[in-house]
Design a binder for this molecule. Structure first.
Ligand SMILES: Cc1cc2nc3c(=O)[nH]c(=O)nc-3n(C[C@H](O)[C@H](O)[C@H](O)COP(=O)(O)OP(=O)(O)OC[C@H]3O[C@@H](n4cnc5c(N)ncnc54)[C@H](O)[C@@H]3O)c2cc1C
Length: 511
């Protein structure tokens, strides 16, 4: 590993303080914000100089399947955080490390160059991240460095919403009821940011070694046409987006949220996935517009709060049932579904490729996939339609779809993605019943009635009348050079039903 000297400027770091002053070190990960950040807030209460640390583990993220555009976006957000912190006289050290295994080296080097008084961070819940943190905690213990850990990814921390018998919930509705009564026991008011200081910042941004300090890096090249107006990486712009949504859209959310042609949802998922906003900030903004009510207020705002609770549900599931973080189905019996294997079966391979590229011949599915490939985001209704199409119509393993989404979504978030895929595949906690198979044509007619969304992402179908866009006839397809459907709906539905019914029979026999 390179010496840390090349990544930050030690003299300017220690300039305002005597060199041996112990510092409060805040390790930023998926919490790239200064407002409502419990680890940062706690560090500023210690009466010590505060130093931030971000460890740039690109190789690890790639091994987790994240795409280049998302990694580039993380860099933008870190750069913005660095600026925000510098205005508060808090330097943010950005240190490259290949994988989580290198993280201890980073801390060891740091501890030689800085007098560490305490270390704080906000908890990440996924298994690899938790293992990494346990190693760091062990190392810190070995040098008698105190470690403070905080929950920031959920309003009610995982483990605190339980059934009457003290077990974790497996089903959403009772979880939600318990969450609503538990939430009032937690502070729903966001923490403030450390005050802005007039004094000039203390970290030197220059990188004389050219060895990769973040400020000097260009985002990795990406074929994604990132809408930088939409995907803002700064905390301030994400706050504005939240406020705008609450003022202009939230009240109509319930009636409009399922229509992808309308910009009716908040599109704050990436800000939440990277922690540029906290869920508590979102909830607080919603409560202010909802006369302080978590439910029973405005139908639109209630419904938006409900989605924030779904997000929490999947995090609670990942902590209580960590097998879901190891590529396992939440319902173990569904491991036996006879998925068609695109590696062994060339027909399945062709179907999978058609799904990935948005060429299945089902316009709503293809428009959804093309939205993902072109923008890095997909509307929730479409995520359900296309995930169900892959797992039920094509009978292809949800794990392949999950990985594809993970690579292409800017808001890729392990818990929500895994939860959404397992819901769609009927393998998950409170998943859709296996016999509930969306018909992509009627979904299209219902949620994109005039085919406006389809036309936006499949321009070759624009010339067709709106009703024809949902499922063009052979002549219309030929004229538009749009592919034939790769599978017939009735046949696919029966094949999926058989596969799952066979499974229920096997389970009954085993019992
Ligand atoms: C197959 C599948 C995969 C998904 N993968 C992801 C993912 O990788 N990352 C991700 O953030 N969401 C994922 N979701 C959930 C949901 O589709 C997105 O959160 C939502 O579309 C984001 O748009 P928005 O910010 O406008 O949401 P809004 O409708 O404005 O909702 C507000 C916030 O609530 C949360 N949320 C909304 N719906 C859900 C949900 N069903 N489950 C969990 N949280 C939710 C999100 O953080 C979202 O930003 C997935 C859903 C499915 C069905």
């Amino acid at each position: 590993m390179k010496s840390l000297d090349s990544y930050f400027n030690t003299p300017s770091l220690t300039e305002p303080w005597p060199p041996d002053t112990p510092v409060s070190l805040v390790w930023f990960r998926n919490d790239l914000r200064v407002h409502d950040n419990p680890a940062l807030w706690h560090a500023t209460q210690q009466g010590r100089p505060v130093v931030g640390l971000f460890i740039d583990c690109q190789q690890q993220w790639r091994s987790h399947g994240l795409g280049e555009a998302r990694i580039a976006y993380v860099h933008l957000a870190v750069k913005s955080l660095q600026q925000q912190l510098s205005e508060r006289q808090i330097p943010l050290l950005v240190v490259p490390a290949q994988t989580f295994a290198d993280v201890i080296d980073v801390f060891q080097s740091l501890s030689k160059q800085l007098q560490l008084g305490n270390l704080g961070f906000n908890i990440e819940y996924e298994v690899n991240e938790r293992r990494r943190d346990i190693e760091v905690w062990r190392w810190a213990k070995s040098i008698e460095l105190s470690v403070n850990r905080f929950h920031d990814q959920c309003v009610v921390p995982p483990g605190d919403v339980k059934t009457k018998s003290g077990t974790p919930f497996r089903v959403y509705s009772p979880f939600k009821r318990a969450w609503l009564s538990e939430a009032r026991n937690y502070s729903l008011r966001p923490l403030s940011a450390p005050p802005v200081s007039d004094t000039s910042m203390v970290i030197d941004d220059s990188d004389p070694s050219g060895s990769g300090q973040l400020n000097q890096r260009q985002p990795a090249p990406s074929t994604i046409n990132l809408d930088t107006e939409l995907w803002q990486a700064s905390e301030e712009s994400c706050h504005e987006q939240l406020q705008w949504f609450i003022e202009h859209r939230a009240r109509h959310y319930q009636q409009d949220r399922d229509f992808p042609a309308k910009a009716a949802t908040s599109q704050l998922s990436i800000a939440l996935a990277l922690g540029i906003l906290s869920p508590r900030q979102c909830l607080h903004a919603a409560l202010q517009a909802n006369e302080g009510q978590l439910s029973g207020g405005n139908a639109g705002i209630d419904s938006w709060i409900n989605e924030l609770i779904w997000r929490e549900f999947y995090r609670h599931i990942a902590v209580a049932f960590p097998d879901v973080c190891k590529h396992r189905a939440f319902k173990p019996e569904t491991e036996q579904v006879p998925w068609r294997d695109p590696i062994q079966d060339t027909r399945a391979r062709a179907d999978f490729d058609a799904w990935c590229s948005g060429n299945t011949g089902y316009p709503i599915v293809d428009a959804a996939q093309r939205q993902l490939l072109e923008t890095g985001w997909m509307h929730n209704r479409l995520r359900m339609i296309t995930a169900m199409f892959l797992t039920k119509h094509l009978l292809i393993d949800w794990r392949l779809g999950e990985a594809f989404f993970n690579r292409h979504l800017m808001d890729a978030d392990f818990c929500s993605n895994n939860g959404g895929w397992q819901w769609s595949a009927s393998t998950g906690a409170d998943g859709a019943p296996y016999f509930r198979i969306f018909n992509p044509i009627s979904q299209s007619q219902k949620f994109d009635p005039d085919g406006a969304f389809i036309a936006r992402f499949i321009p070759e179908l624009t010339q067709l009348s709106p009703p024809s866009r949902h499922f063009p006839n052979p002549m219309e397809r030929a004229q538009a050079r749009y592919p034939d459907a790769i599978v017939e709906h009735k046949f696919a539905r029966e094949r999926a039903l058989n596969a799952f019914q066979q499974l229920s029979r096997q389970t009954e026999e085993a019992v």
